[in-house]
Design a binder for this molecule. Structure first.
Ligand code: B12
Ligand code: SF4
Length: 437
C-alpha cells in the first residue's frame, strides 16, 4: 500500500514506558495500532492494544505472530481490546484488512483473520502461503533508521557492531515435538534465493552499516543452502565486514564440514546448534532425529573452522531426574562448545508438547509472561518446578562458574568468545539466573 503512512515505534529501543507509549500514540493519531509478540510478550501486546483504545476508542487494534495465531480463540475471548488477529503469514492479510475496512468491504472475506462479530468469535479460512519469498519487498528498515544506533547484541558482538536481523527462509522440514515453528509455517520450508539473501546482506551492510547479521531461519540447511550462498557472497566486498549468525541442526553441520568452511570464508562466525540432549530416549521423544555423536562432530567442525560454537539444551522433560540433568550438564561440558544455553522445556501453545501437557495436567504455571524458556512451567515425575529451576541454574553454574573456563573465555583467540565472556562477567549473568530460583 504505497499510500499508507506507517510508523514503527520500538518502545524498548526508545526507552518508552506505558505512559510514553500512550503519548506517542496520541501524537501520531493512528487509525490502526498493530503489534507482535512471542508467548512471553502476550500480555504486553494486549496492554498496548488497551492503551491504544484508551487514547482513542476508534483506533483499530491488530495483533499477529505465532502465539496469537495458535491462541486466536482464547486471546479474543480474553482481551476485548484486541479487534483483529492476523493468523500466520502477515504481509498480505494486514494489507487486505486495511483495504477492506477502508472500503467498507466484507471482513468475512479476509483470509487468515480472526475477530469478533455479533458476540461470536469468527475465524476466517486460512490464507495460502506466499509461494515465492523473493517476491516480497525488502523489509522497511528505513522505518527504524532513527533507532539503528541502539541495535546491538552486546553480549555477542559488543556495542560497536551494528546488529540487524534478516530472513532467509520460513519454516522447517522437520517436526520436533517442542517446536512451534514447523507447525506455524505448515510443515514446509520456503527459502529466498541465495542471490536475494546475499543482496539483502549487502544492502544491510552498505546502507545501514549492519555488521552482526542474525539470520532468522529456524534451520539454516548447509546441505541445500550453503553452496549457493557462498557462490553469491564470495565476490562481494561485504563478506569482509559482516558476521553472519545461523541456527542449524547438528546432523547437517556434522555431515557438511566443507560447506561449513566455505561459509566461514564469507562471514559466518557464529552457529547456534540445537543439541537438546545427551539422551537417545529424549532425542526420540523430541522427534529430533539426531544423535549425541552428531553433536560432538558438529561442535568439532565449528571449532576446527574457528566458528563460535553455541549449543542449546533442553531440560525438564517429564522423565528428567536430578541425575539425568546432571549427566546432560556433564555432556555439555565435554562437548567443547564455546557457549551453552540451557532452556526449560516450555509447552508453547501450538506445539505437540502443549497438547500432551494439557491433556495430562502437567502444566502448573499458566502465566504466559513466564513462557521464556528460563522459567520452569511444569514439574517432572520426580522434580518439583523449583527443583527443575534449581537444576537449570546448576547447569549454568557448572558451565560458566568455572574460574578456568571464564578466564580462558576472556582471553580466547576467538573475538566473539572474548566479547561474550567479558559481557557475562560484567553483567553478573549467573547472579540474575540465581534470582530465578
Ligand atoms: C530473532 C529472534 C530473536 C531476537 C529478537 C530480535 C528482535 N528484537 O527482533 C532475540 C535473540 C533477542 C530473541 C529473543 C527471544 N526469543 Co526469539 N526468535 C527470533 C527468531 C529467530 C526470528 C524472529 C523474526 O524476526 N522472524 C521473522 C519474522 C518476519 O517472522 P514472524 O515474527 O513470524 O512474523 C511473520 C508472521 O508471524 C506475521 N506476524 C508476526 N507478528 C505480526 C504482527 C502483526 C500485527 C501482523 C499483521 C503479522 C505478524 O507476519 C510476519 C511476516 O509474515 C524467532 C524464530 C523465527 N524464525 O521467527 C525466535 C522466537 C520468536 N524466539 C523465541 C523465544 C522463546 C525468545 C526468548 C523468550 C528466548 C529467551 N529465553 O530469551 C527471547 C524473548 C525476547 C523478548 N523478551 O522479547 C521463540 C518464541 C516461541 C513462542 N511461542 O513464544 C521463537 C519462535 C524461537 C523458537 N523456535 O522457539 N529472539
Ligand atoms: S526444532 Fe529446529 S529442526 Fe526441529 S522442527 Fe523446530 S526448527 Fe526444525
Amino acid at each position: 500500500m504505497p499510500n499508507a503512512e506507517v510508523e514503527v515505534l520500538d518502545c524498548q529501543a526508545e526507552r518508552l514506558d506505558w505512559d510514553g507509549l500512550s503519548k506517542a500514540i496520541e501524537s501520531s493519531e493512528p487509525s490502526f495500532v498493530a503489534t507482535s509478540g512471542f508467548t512471553a510478550n502476550a500480555y504486553t501486546c494486549a496492554r498496548t492494544a488497551e492503551i491504544a483504545k484508551a487514547v482513542d476508542s476508534e483506533i483499530t487494534t491488530v495483533v499477529g505472530g505465532s502465539h496469537f495465531s495458535f491462541t486466536a480463540e482464547e486471546s479474543l475471548a480474553q482481551f476485548p481490546e484486541i479487534d483483529y488477529i492476523v493468523r500466520g503469514e502477515g504481509e498480505n492479510t494486514l494489507v487486505d484488512l486495511v483495504k477492506t475496512l477502508g472500503a467498507d468491504g466484507r471482513i468475512a472475506d479476509v483470509k487468515g483473520l480472526s475477530f469478533r462479530a455479533n458476540g461470536k468469535i469468527v475465524h476466517n479460512e486460512d490464507r495460502p502461503l506466499i509461494t515465492n519469498l523473493d517476491s516480497l519487498p525488502y523489509p522497511a528498515y528505513d522505518l527504524v533508521e532513527h533507532n539503528m544506533n541502539r541495535y546491538h547484541f552486546s553480549m555477542m558482538a559488543g556495542r560497536k557492531a551494528q546488529y540487524m536481523i534478516l530472513e532467509g527462509s520460513r519454516g522447517c522440514n522437520h517436526k520436533c515435538s517442542f517446536c512451534t515453528q514447523w507447525r506455524y509455517w505448515k510443515g514446509v520450508c520456503r527459502k529466498k534465493s541465495p542471490k536475494r539473501i546475499a543482496d539483502e546482506i549487502e544492502h544491510l551492510n552498505d546502507a545501514y552499516g549492519g555488521v552482526f547479521l542474525w539470520l532468522t531461519d529456524d534451520n539454516f540447511e548447509y546441505e541445500s543452502s550453503a553452496k549457493g550462498l557462498w557462490k553469491e557472497l564470495r565476490n562481494r566486498k561485504c563478506r569482509e565486514s559482516v558476521m553472519l549468525f545461523f541456527q542449524a541442526r547438528t546432523d547437517d553441520v556434522a555431515s557438511n564440514p566443507e560447506l561449513v568452511g566455505k561459509l566461514r570464508d564469507v562471514g559466518n562466525y557464529w552457529v547456534m546448534l540445537g543439541v537438546e540432549s545427551n539422551s537417545d530416549a529424549k532425542l526420540k521423544e523430541f522427534r529430533k532425529n539426531v544423535t549425541p555423536s552428531d553433536a560432538y562432530k558438529a561442535v568439532k567442525t565449528l571449532n576446527d573452522n574457528g566458528i563460535f560454537s553455541h549449543a542449546m539444551f533442553v531440560t525438564g522433560t517429564r522423565d528428567d531426574t536430578e541425575d539425568s540433568i546432571r549427566s546432560q550438564s556433564r555432556f555439555s561440558l565435554d562437548l567443547g562448545a564455546d557457549l551453552a544455553i540451557y532452556t526449560v522445556l516450555t509447552p508453547f501453545p501450538g506445539t505437540q508438547y502443549h497438547r500432551t501437557a494439557l491433556d495430562n495436567g502437567w502444566i502448573e504455571d499458566f502465566n504466559y509472561s513466564h513462557y521464556d524458556m528460563a522459567h520452569a512451567i511444569m514439574p517432572t515425575k520426580t522434580l518439583s518446578r523449583d527443583e527443575v529451576q534449581r537444576e537449570l541454574y546448576n547447569c549454568y553454574k557448572a558451565f560458566y562458574g568455572s574460574y578456568t573456563k571464564s578466564i580462558s573465555g576472556i582471553f580466547s583467540k576467538k573475538r566473539l568468545k572474548r566479547t561474550m565472556y567479558r559481557h557475562m562477567a560484567s553483567q553478573h549473568v549467573l547472579k540474575k539466573l540465581r534470582d530465578l530460583i
